[in-house]
Design a protein around this ligand. Structure first.
Ligand SMILES: [Cu+2]
Length: 93
C-alpha cells in the first residue's frame, strides 16, 4: 500500500462487549474496520452500523472487515444485532 492511497484501519475486539467502543476516524479517508469476535458469550454474533446500511455476521475468531464511507463527519452508532451492546464511530472533519 502506498502512502498516497492510505486507508484508515481500526480493530474492535468483540469480547462480551466492544474494545474499544469508540473509533475516531478522519473524514474523507477510506476506512476499514475489523471486528474480531473472540468470545462466544452474549449476543454479539452480529454487528450493525445502521447509518451505513451494514449488518454483518461475526463468526467466532474470524475477523470481519467492514469498509465505511467517511465522506460525512459525525457520530455514528454501531451495535450488536439486537441493539444491546453499543459503540460509536466518530468521523472528524
Ligand atoms: Cu445483542
Amino acid at each position: 500500500m502506498t502512502k498516497t492511497n492510505t486507508t484508515q484501519k481500526a480493530t474492535v475486539t468483540v469480547d462480551g462487549g466492544y474494545q474499544p467502543d469508540t473509533i475516531v476516524l478522519k473524514q474523507g479517508v477510506p476506512a476499514t474496520l475489523t471486528f474480531n469476535r473472540i468470545n462466544d458469550a452474549g449476543c454479539l454474533d452480529q454487528v450493525q452500523l445502521p447509518d451505513f446500511n451494514v449488518l454483518a455476521d461475526l463468526p467466532l475468531n474470524q475477523p470481519q472487515k467492514i469498509t465505511i464511507d467517511t465522506s460525512h463527519a459525525g457520530t455514528y452508532k454501531f451495535a450488536c444485532g439486537m441493539d444491546m451492546f453499543r459503540g460509536k464511530v466518530v468521523i472528524e472533519p
